[in-house]
Design a protein around this ligand. Structure first.
Ligand code: PLP
Length: 499
């Protein structure tokens, strides 16, 4: 509580200083010049001209033939596919194999009109969703033999963000109804996904971010100290997106149990991979419903479950908790209304596609893929560890995060980009990460990655005067204490995408 007060006061002072500074004309001019440069870079990178796809800023008078549209899209796909298809992109496309993708497209074709909102018309989608939830619960340590009320249950959502939103809304409504808490707070490590900030913003929750330790794991003691009578839930990640590090879930869950709080494990990224890695014999600390005190989890089949994009699952220990997620309207003139998650209508094809992906791959398929991913990740990890100018961040599993004490690591990212690679830029401290997927298990990809990384490092060392392309933007984001400026940069980035 004290820590949180201090932080917000400090932020207010900074914000006040920033507002005053931005009114000085010279500062204004300098900022506008910086913004313009960012906008130009963003536009060039994210909105390149696509001359083969005509522009429609209003609906064409006469419809374009389906054949023509398919030709345009096929042509562009040929150009957009190679970077991720060849395994040059961190995360993003988790399977992407030709046969698997064709199978999912065929399932989509069969169900493109299905909508689980109308359960009576589309019972196949409803069955698939219920089974996706059950299969995920079992995968994440749910005990099927507990009494009905205590079973792990859940719902399907559109993605990790929605699963986290739903869990946070659930805890808010649960704590209000059962504990009378009207100014709820959630305590999360600084590495937890921004979806928790979004949930806090949307649902009137105060998110207390607690800095992680030097090994990038949640600081359990500091989280304990942040708990007060308004706290409704604690958060841990398995693993966290930035460094791929698994938080000490049992210790956080113990605090949650001690105070009767909710405990959410964000396993969006790892929930569909860590169980197989564990079965393969790698040392994975306990992170799922086998841990007493874990009351909810988010897991994304659309990542390492290799389902179509737009499918996640939120799980709760106990039916009572899930009730707080639901939304019902009883007196609308349009009839009775009940929906389990944020949207109304939903794409049933994604649920049927998700079910089909999971059932077609099966346990043995997932195990085999996990084995290949871990072998690739270990090879990359070993290669990075052998580079004296780089250091590994934390204890990686399938995400390799690294930084440098010797030079600006973002320049390495720019050099890697010139060699066709897309890495993720981390901040506080500056670093890069590469999330290993099926794409990278192709022969030669890890070796090529390490060769290019070595070359990039050598180039940066030999050209200390070069500024790079994205490096100045990330450098600015890391060094500026005035976060309002960065906020404006991000909003202009979003503007540029829709211009
Ligand atoms: C740990 C973690 N949580 C949540 C999310 C959010 O998932 P989505 O992008 O599907 O909303 C991600 C996405 O990468 C993630 O890595």
């Amino acid at each position: 509580m004290g820590c949180h007060m201090k932080k917000s006061l400090w932020q207010q002072i900074l914000k006040g200083t920033e507002k005053v500074a931005q009114k000085v004309p010279a500062v204004q001019r300098k900022l506008e010049a910086e913004y313009a440069q960012v906008e130009e870079t963003v536009r060039a990178k994210m909105r390149p001209p696509l001359p083969d796809l005509p522009e429609f800023n209003e609906i064409p008078e006469q419809g374009v033939s389906q054949e023509q549209i398919l030709n345009w899209l096929r042509e562009l796909r040929q150009r957009e596919q190679p970077p991720w298809q060849s395994g040059h992109v961190s995360g993003t496309v988790y399977h992407g194999g030709e046969e698997h993708s064709e199978f999912l497209s065929e399932v989509y074709r069969l169900h493109s009109q299905s909508n689980p909102l109308h359960a009576d018309l589309f019972p196949t989608t409803i069955k698939c969703e219920a089974e996706i939830v059950k299969m995920n619960a079992r995968l994440l340590g749910a005990d099927p033999n507990v009494e009905r009320e205590q079973q792990v249950v859940g719902t399907v959502t559109s993605g990790g963000t929605e699963s986290i939103l739903m869990a946070m809304k659930t805890y808010r409504d649960w704590a209000r109804a059962e504990k009378g808490i009207t100014e709820p707070e959630v305590v999360a490590p600084s590495t937890a996904h921004p979806a928790f900030d979004k949930a806090a913003h949307l649902f009137g929750i105060e998110l207390i971010r607690v800095p992680v330790r030097d090994d990038f794991k949640a600081d359990v003691e500091a989280m304990h100290k942040a708990v007060n009578r308004r706290t409704i839930a604690l958060v841990g990640s398995a693993p966290g997106y930035p460094h791929g590090v698994i938080d000490p879930i049992p210790q956080i869950a113990q605090i949650a149990q001690e105070y009767g709080l909710g405990m959410h494990v964000d396993a969006c990224l790892g929930g569909f991979l860590l169980p197989w890695i564990e079965q393969l014999g790698y040392p994975i600390p306990p992170f799922d419903f086998r841990v007493p005190g874990v009351t909810s989890m988010s897991v994304d089949p659309h990542k390492y479950g290799y389902t179509p994009k737009g499918l996640s699952v939120v799980l709760y220990r106990g039916r009572n908790l899930r009730r707080y997620q639901y939304f019902t309207v009883t007196d609308w003139q349009g009839g009775l209304y009940a929906s389990p998650t944020l949207p109304g209508s939903r794409p049933g094809a994604l649920s049927v596609g998700g079910w089909s992906a999971i059932v077609s791959i099966g346990k043995q398929g997932y195990l085999e893929i996990a084995r290949q991913i871990m072998e690739t990740a270990l090879a990359i990890r070993k290669g990075v560890e052998a580079m004296p100018d780089l250091y590994l961040m934390g204890e990686p599993t399938f995400i390799i995060a690294f930084g440098s004490h010797r030079f600006n690591i973002y320049l390495v990212m720019d050099q890697m980009a010139l060699r066709g690679w897309r890495l993720v830029a981390l901040q506080k401290p500056p670093g890069l990460h590469f999330a290993v997927t099926v794409r990278h298990t192709q022969p030669g990809v890890a070796e090529q990655f390490l060769n290019d990384l070595n070359e990039s490092v050598e180039y940066v060392k030999a050209h200390p005067e070069e500024k790079g392309e994205m490096a100045p933007i990330y450098g600015m984001a890391n060094s500026l204490p005035f976060r309002g400026v960065i906020d404006e940069v991000l909003k202009r980035y979003l503007d540029a995408l829709y211009d």
